[in-house]
Design a protein around this ligand. Sequence first.
Ligand SMILES: [Zn+2]
Ligand SMILES: [Zn+2]
Ligand SMILES: [Zn+2]
Length: 112
Amino acid sequence: MSDSVREREALLPEAEPQNPCCPVCGEVTSFDADDFECANCLLIFSTTNLSASLADSSAPQCASECEDKHHREQIALHGYRYACRPCALSAGHTDVHFTGCRFERIPAEPNS
Ligand SMILES: [Zn+2]
Ligand SMILES: [Zn+2]
Ligand SMILES: [Zn+2]
């Protein structure tokens, strides 16, 4: 490596690691002493395994119903449908709702 390359590289800054993104709203989380935090969704994420918890576990649930028209209509696709649930976030969150709808197999009709 030439001296000029070494000199130039010595001037360059190191890469800056980014905080993880909130899986609900997609914003980059902020780091608050112990945890990553999403102020939009009122969630905190563990720095060790990134698991989510409610920032305030005593806050009431948002509980908005799923607004996805396709989910509500329960469009059957190859024997599957959406099992919709109310928003799991705390009331007062400011971005998208998180209904966590699961794609599930439609129970078979009992044979008659
Ligand atoms: Zn978020
Ligand atoms: Zn849904
Ligand atoms: Zn909500």
